[in-house]
Write a protein that binds this ligand. Sequence first.
Ligand code: NAD
Length: 486
Amino acid sequence: MHPDIPYHLENYVGGYFIAPLSSRFIDNVNPATGAVYGQVPDSGEADVELAVTEAEKAFPAWSASSPEKRFAILNRIADLIDQYLPALAAAESNDNGKPLWLSTEVDIPRASSNFRFFATGIMHFASESHNQEGHSVNFTLRQPIGIVGCISPWNLPLYLFTWKIAPALAAGNCVIAKPSEVTPVTAFLLGKICKEAGLPDGVLNILHGTGPSCGEAIVRHPRIKAISFTGSTRAGAHIASVAAPMFKKLSLELGGKNPTIIFADADWDKMMSTVIRSSFSNQGQICLCGSRILIEESIYVQFKFEFVERVRQIRIGDPLDPGSRQGAIVSQLHFDKIMGCIALAREEGGRILCGGNAYKPEGRCANGYFIEPTVIENLGPQCQTNREEIFGPVVTLQPFRSAEEAIELANATDYGLAASIWTQDISRANQLAQKIQSGIVWINCWLQRDLRTPFGGVKNSGVGREGGWEALRFFTEPKNVCIQYA
Ligand code: NAD
């Protein structure tokens, strides 16, 4: 793979790199500089139709291939991702604005782990059988679905793109995948890697373009039988309304408004450094970030002063500078949305304890989209700031008096993705874990990921689970076969 990225990105269809059929492109902007630095295919229905045709040609051989063969190819993809790590990490940071150390240590290694994990997973995947003593035996065949669609967001571009593609391919499907139009470059490079790794042509097709044009065409295509989507709750609701009447299999990983619950007996130092990370990692643009910090009243003031002091020390700046802990917000559009949310918090009566402003670095990044890490207090559970996802470097603080009140506050949103609880009292933590409405609960930790665990949300945070066997089950169709004993 040549590390240079062409100015005009191309779609990867049937093993070829091609321009969109309309020849239309959209600008790709480096959010740290504000400069257009490439063009992204503006694909639509015709491109999706072509990709589906190519995927259908590839499906019979790929779906019939042995797990050993799929294992070998997916492992090779993982090895190549590792080999090209520096180029991929640089591409991710230029595209997304995240610090280079973060792409290097987290995003790209996780992309290769995703392939390696599902490469081995398919070697161990098995199904159930049900014996009716003396009558019959039933067994469940788990077959690939066919052509499936994978649509992913901009916050963890290659990390989440591969989290869907790897299990879909491992299970024997052919894939039409669309990364976010805001961060397309590492997905483009993944096409090059798959080609080099010997993935047969047409098994994976990568289309670039906007949600309403390319994404919508994937969701509406009658021969794409399942959709795995990660993104906003708004887009997820729309996709569900289109896909449900077509009876497509759907996995929706959507927004969050996650609580971080801190009791007075928490391990202070560990809690403090982890809560800084859980609040502001990736500029707060991780669906699992804790954006509502709930603090036991007796330590509220102490927590507030130390937390704010430490947040003020977070160094913002050029994502390519190893000293920057926080980089740029992904786009002008998202920057404006977050600044609008901060303005609304002020109108709602929020007190800004630190941050609240755009940040202007000197030099190369003077026109980039940077926002100071922001901490807000004095807002109740009913205000919009505490109910709606902001998805940026903004957190609120709220005090609670009892475990019951903490649960009430934690559950006071329409979202239910992840929660973290800080206490040394493990029985209390367990009780809370059972009552909190979310798909994931971390006790005395955050973002501790084991790829075997079910990953996903409840309420408006989504439907279905990714990860481990859940993902391989999603990407296969179960068929019961009953054999009567002679
Ligand atoms: P988004 O919904 O705007 O876009 C996500 C993807 O969907 C993009 O590829 C986009 O082009 C596409 N899309 C948009 N509208 C579409 C449509 N009508 N039909 C088909 N595709 C469409 O989300 P975003 O702004 O890229 O990402 C941020 C959101 O993603 C946040 O809400 C965040 O919480 C969520 N997210 C959730 C998880 C999770 O695992 N639950 C993980 C990461 C991000």
